[in-house]
Design a protein around this ligand. Structure first.
Ligand code: ATP
Length: 241
């Protein structure tokens, strides 16, 4: 579904991505691991068209989307949920959800959009309870659910999730990641996940890649990565003799 070939990106003199190549197959949850500054966020921003690579190609469903602007990429149902949630804090929960459907509301019509809101409320009942509350007054975990729920309103086929559990309590982290797994299992959404909680992310992912200094340095199934000495030492805080 997603085929990234030899992608590079520079912030001035800083080479944030160096010749990155990887794939995500339809129906998979793939996680991208890496220390702070490894280039994970830059990678997602480049895939969703927010910044253009200096080199390389991005194919989505066999179409070259490298040069497309982000609004065209969203229309192809490749949806990015950026770091730090970024809900519209002065709008209600329901209005945030409506905005998620912005790119297809003319085509879909009001009725379908209202139905989608109801479906999203079934998945996240707490958001239904808080539907008229201003998004900025939700708890961190609820805001994260709203960010994912808003992305669902865009009818994603591939969801790019950047640190969905950032700043959340451990119990809520598990809950958010279970929702992510549910999106794939129940709704067939393919997911590319960046997640600081490496253990929890490898538990829900099928495969993963490890980035270091802008390059992919390792790949494997989740079981292989969980068993890998370097991964265990670098990300799981385990000392392996
Ligand atoms: P984290 O896990 O800490 O979010 P990351 O793996 O997502 O890290 P990026 O945010 O992609 O890493 O950053 C990759 C590199 O690019 C880092 O060295 C960072 O300092 C640099 N960088 C990121 N954004 C900018 C920017 N707007 N201007 C200059 N350098 C940047």
């Amino acid at each position: 579904m997603l085929d990234v070939k030899n992608l590079s990106f520079n912030y001035g003199p800083i080479q944030a991505l160096k010749d990155v190549s990887f794939q995500v197959n339809k129906g998979e949850i793939v996680t991208m691991l890496g220390a702070n500054g490894a280039g994970k966020t830059t990678l997602l921003k480049t895939i969703s068209g927010l910044q253009k690579p200096s080199q390389g190609l991005i194919f989505y469903n066999n179409e070259d989307i490298t040069a497309l602007p982000p609004e065209k990429i969203v229309q192809k149902r490749l949806i990015h949920v950026p770091e730090h949630r970024q809900v519209f804090s002065t709008l209600t929960v329901t209005d945030n959800l409506f905005l998620g459907a912005f790119h297809h509301y003319k085509k879909s019509g009001k009725k379908e959009i209202y139905n989608s809101v109801e479906k999203v409320f079934e998945l996240f009942p707490i958001l239904k309870e808080r539907k008229d509350q201003l998004a900025g007054t939700l708890s961190g975990g609820q805001q994260q659910m709203l960010a994912v729920a808003r992305a669902l309103m865009a009818k994603p086929e591939l969801l790019l999730l950047d640190e969905p559990s950032l700043g959340l309590a451990p119990l809520i982290v598990k809950e958010v990641l279970l929702y992510v797994k549910n999106l794939r299992d129940e709704f067939g959404v393919t997911v590319l996940l960046i997640e600081q909680n490496v253990n929890a992310s490898l538990k829900i992912a099928d495969r993963g890649y490890v980035m270091s200094h802008g390059s992919i340095v390792k790949e494997g199934t989740s079981a292989e990565l969980l068993d890998d000495v370097e991964v265990r030492e670098a990300f799981l805080g385990q000392t392996v003799n």
